[in-house]
Design a protein around this ligand. Structure first.
Ligand SMILES: [Zn+2]
Length: 249
């Protein structure tokens, strides 16, 4: 059976002399792994179209026990990622987030769009990379069903108070009168988190937050992802090993 779907390559494993096994985030089938025959043969048309972060229209043959890439109509290669180790490291982290959290063998349109949008913004330098990271972490977690209870104070239902507290482990928000646990959180960060989770999908990157609050937002979204997904992100460890000093602007 032949399947046609938009997809982006998020991981590559070489297999034997000339084949490779690519992990795809696809619109129609979510995360799937598919073989590319003769991928290392320079003449193979599939060669460049199945590099890391290649996005295109994939025609995939579904055999009984595996998928095989038949053809790829390349749409976007994200070349700007290749010459920049920091952007590449961040993109690989985004890819791993998708690998761990996107559905398998079912529609993953939102996940694919989120990854594509984040890579576009990363390549174009239109947004601070750390802000893109915070959006990818929190929105993906929300899509995967890990939703912090960020709308109101968990105890009294108040939506806002001068000082609020957020417990990243329980995902609960408290006003200043009800706080029993959690860390102080700026109201603007609460508002940004609500926006990232609940805004219409096509506007998820269209919010503004002052530069000095980006680290606070990033710390929360990253910890929320690590604690609640219970996954180990080797790509994040690599990103952190680069010790990027000024990644916010
Ligand atoms: Zn309260």
């Amino acid at each position: 059976m032949l399947i046609q779907t938009d997809a982006i390559v998020i991981k590559i494993n070489n297999v034997g002399e000339s084949d490779k096994l690519v992990t795809l985030l696809s619109r129609d089938l979510g995360i799937i792994r598919a073989f590319v025959r003769g991928a290392k043969n320079v003449k193979s048309k599939a060669l460049s179209a199945t590099e890391l972060f290649s996005y295109g229209d994939f025609t995939i043959y579904a055999a009984t026990d595996k998928y095989i890439v038949r053809e790829v109509e390349s749409k976007q290669m994200f070349f700007a990622l290749r010459g920049d180790i920091e952007k590449l490291a961040l993109a690989q982290y985004f890819a791993q987030i998708m690998l761990e959290l996107a559905p398998r063998e079912e529609n993953a349109d939102d996940y694919l769009r989120l990854l594509l949008n984040s890579l576009h913004f990363l390549c174009r330098n239109e947004k601070p990379p750390m802000l893109i990271k915070a959006v990818v972490e929190l929105r993906t977690m929300a899509m995967a069903g890990y939703m912090p209870d960020i709308c109101t104070c968990s105890k009294c239902g108040k939506a806002e108070s001068d000082t609020m507290y957020f417990n990243v482990r329980t995902g609960q928000l408290y006003c200043d009168e009800c706080a029993v646990s959690g860390k102080r959180i700026s109201l603007s960060v609460v508002v940004a988190m609500r926006y990232i989770i609940y805004c219409p999908f096509n506007k998820v990157f269209s919010f503004v937050i002052s530069d000095e609050l980006v680290p606070e937002l990033c710390e929360i979204t990253q910890n929320f992802l690590l604690i609640h997904s219970e996954k180990k992100f080797t790509t994040l460890e690599f990103l952190e090993s680069l010790h990027i000093e000024d990644f916010n602007g």
